[in-house]
Structure formats: C-alpha cells, structure tokens
Design a protein around this ligand. Structure first.
Ligand code: PMT
Length: 401
C-alpha cells in the first residue's frame, strides 16, 4: 500500500533561529536542518561574532532564505522587526553569556537580541559557554531574570568544553533543541496542554534464566511516536517502556521496565491521575513458570520443555486511566479479534494492525491501522508514518476528553 503524505511536527510553523558567536555554531547548522526537516519555515539571524565561526551562506543554503546579520543592510526595509513579527517562536542557539546579559537587560546591539526584543513569540534559549562563565553569578542572575520573564531554556549540557575542561556549558544536542521547541509550542498552543497522557511501548522480556528471556519483536517505535505526538500537542507524557534501543524524546517522563509485572506496577502508578492511557506495548501473554536461578545448561536430551503461566492482562487490570485505548496485533481475523478486545479490556477504541502486512506492525516506521470504536463504528486509514497514526489516535482521544 502507498504511504499517505507525512505529517510533519513543525508544518506551518515559522521559526526564527538566532545564532551568536560560539565554537558550537556548527551545531546550529544541524538545528536549522532539523527544523526544516520537521516542516518549519526557518529564518536565521546572526551576530557578527557568529559569522566568524560559520558563514551565513551555510544557513542560507539550509533554509533557502536570506540570513540577516546587519540590521541596516537587510533587503527588507523593516527586516529588523519583520523577522520578529513573522516568528511563531524564536530559538537562540547557541546563546553566549554576552547574549544572555543583553537579553536580560533589554539591550539590542545586534540582530539576535534585537529580534528577541521585538518579538512577542515564545523564546527558547540554548546557552553555550565555558563552565566558569555559566557558573558566574552574573550569568546565573541573568538566567533567573529571563526565566521569570517566561524565556525557556534547553541545556547547557555537561561534558567536554572547548577549553578542554569538563563541566556544564555545552550546547544541547540539536535533537534536544528541536524537541524542546516542539514541547514549548505544544504547551503554549497544543490542544492537549495541561493533560497527562500515559503511553506504553515495546515488548516485555520474561526471564527463563539470568541470561535468556521470552520476548517479541516490538521495537517501541509505535509507542514512542505516540509519546512524541502527545508532547507536541502539549501533554505531559509518561512513557512506560520495555527494553528498546530508542532514545528518550525530549521532555518525556520515561519509566523503563522489563516484565509484565513491572509494566503493570508502573502503569498503575502512572494512570492514577492520567487523562488517557494508550496501550501500544506488546506485553507477553505468558511467562516461564519457574525461571531458573542459574544459567540453564545443555543436557543429553534432544529437546527442552518450558512450562508457561498466564500473565495478567495489564489494560484489563487497570481500573481507569481516562480515555482507554488498546492495540490489536493480529495476523488474521483482524476485525473479529480486535472488536472482541473492546469489551474484554474496557476500551474506548482499539487500534488494529495486521502485523504480517508489509510496512506495518513491528519495527516499521509506518503502519496501516483500522480503529474500531466502542459504539461499533470503525475507520480505516491508509499506510501512514507512525507519527501520523499517533496524531490520528490523539485526535480521537481529544474528542473523548
Ligand atoms: O513497537 P513497534 O515495533 O513499533 O511495533 C508496534 C506494535 C506492533 C507492537 C503495536 O502497533 C501493537 O500492535 N501493539 C499491541 C501489541 C499486542 O500486545 O497486541 P495484543 O493484540 O496481543 O494485545 C491487545 C491489547 O492488550 C494491547 O493493547 C496490549 O498492549 C494489551 N495487553 C496485552 C497483553 C497483556 N498481558 N496485557 C495487555 O495489556
């Protein structure tokens, strides 16, 4: 099946990116690129100092838009304020100690600080400087002033600095800067702002012995996409996940578990005050009855039998959690099996995927789903990115809140 057009998290967003003079300016190019890939229109403003580290042409090429450095030489008559007016958000990355001082005191000697003064859009600052400059009381006071004024910060991160020292002062990673921006925009304008959404992801691992387990093919991609989409719409997200190889998306509260028993305990706690629980994890239905305390050794026998016992059904056990969404992973009789799970697990709706279909289910970046509702109606979707599936699920959660 052909995939539907992708839904991009920053589509129709106009983002101004301010770049000030730091050795970490090279990472700002990656930030500009990631913003574009996320669908944003990006306009870059730079300080003269930043141009000594990286050429405006780099940003011009990445964003397909002119870069403004000199407020007097700009093409647009009122460029110094027009960039600020157009922006849905202003990201300053990297922001030097000097930049923070100017921002805190309302000074505007360059295009970056001037844009900050002229915009009414939310401002996200990603500081980068030597740790001694970051720790200095003057910088810390400026940070407090800016925070009190509603400016958001991402980083700085701890690690090796240009001086060779190790400490707090590194520019946050580009993925964190973009994640923080998506979270900020969600919290200010998203339709799930103020809500608590709980998502489960990944498969569980039920031990046979200390080195082996019974597991399944879930990679966590579906659940992580739902968690990111809910964050992008402003929700506070708790993500309870089995062992997966995915990085925690920025701003998401992640709880790692291994077994169904652990997932149940974590979800009982997380859903105590949640507005929705979206159960996209693949918990094991059975676990080995008597896991061995030590590594099992090969015997002379040709075969090995393992007794399995039923695990609790997590979503059926959870008393509430708000809007209750389940998944059905099937390889046949999708509709019949999915519909049967709605009353059995007390779901508002279930997202059914044929995990044997190409591009769907385990490990894929896309999924083709049908949503069956409690009232008997259903909606079939084309093959979509897992992020787009997540958005469709959240639209239906939102409608039931
Ligand atoms: O992680 P990916 O690689 O991206 O793959 C995504 C996925 C295929 C895992 C996902 O799209 C999916 O279908 N998740 C549900 C997997 C599953 O366990 O399906 P099920 O039909 O066996 O279970 C039905 C529902 O009951 C599910 O919501 C499941 O989370 C829940 N369940 C199952 C067993 C159990 N012991 N407790 C549960 O709560």
């Amino acid at each position: 099946m052909e995939a539907a057009p992708a839904i991009l998290p920053l589509a129709n967003r106009h983002i101004a990116l301010g770049v000030t003079g730091s050795i970490s300016c090279y990472k700002a190019a990656d930030i500009a690129s990631k913003l574009r890939q996320a669908g944003a229109t990006v306009e870059v403003v730079m300080t003269p100092a930043a141009t000594r580290f990286i050429a405006p042409l780099t940003f011009q090429s990445l964003t397909s838009r002119p870069v403004v450095v000199d407020m007097f030489a700009a093409d647009e008559a009122e460029a110094h304020v027009e960039v600020a007016r157009r922006a849905d958000a202003f990201v300053i990355a990297p922001a030097t100690a000097n930049c923070l001082a100017n921002l805190a005191h309302g000074q505007a000697p360059d295009m970056v600080t001037l844009t900050a003064l002229a915009t009414r859009a939310p401002i996200l600052v990603a500081p980068a400087m030597d740790n001694q400059m970051w720790d200095h009381p003057a910088t810390q006071e400026n940070v407090v002033t800016l925070r009190n004024r509603g400016v958001e910060f991402v980083g700085p991160a701890e690690g090796r600095l240009a001086s060779g020292r190790v400490g707090l002062g590194r520019l946050a990673e580009p993925s964190a800067v973009v994640g923080a921006l998506r979270m900020l925009l969600g919290q200010r304008t998203g339709d799930l702002a103020g809500r608590h959404v709980v998502v489960s992801a990944g498969g569980t691992q039920e031990p046979l012995d200390p080195v082996r387990f019974v597991g399944n093919r879930s990679t966590g991609k579906m659940g992580f996409a739902i968690a990111e989409a809910a964050r992008d719409r402003g929700a506070f997200v708790t993500l309870v996940t089995g062992p997966v190889a995915l990085e925690t998306p920025y701003g998401i509260h992640r709880v790692d578990v291994a077994t169904v028993a652990e997932m149940l305990t974590a979800l009982e706690q997380a859903t105590a005050d949640s507005d929705a629980i979206i159960m996209s994890a693949a918990p094991a239905d059975y676990r080995p009855a008597n896991p061995s305390e030590h590594k099992m050794k090969k015997g002379a026998e040709d075969g090995l039998s393992v007794d399995l016992v039923r695990n609790p059904d997590i979503i059926a056990t959870l008393p509430g959690g708000g809007v209750r969404v389940g998944f059905a992973a099937e390889t046949r009789n999708l509709e019949e099996y999915a519909r049967a799970k709605i009353p059995a697990k007390r779901l508002d709706f279930i997202v059914a995927n044929d995990v044997s279909a190409a591009g769907s289910g385990f490990g894929a970046d896309t999924n083709q789903v049908t949503i069956y509702h409690r009232d008997g109606s259903h909606e079939t979707f084309p093959l979509m990115t897992k992020y787009a599936v997540a958005m469709a699920i959240l639209d239906r959660v939102k409608a039931r809140l």
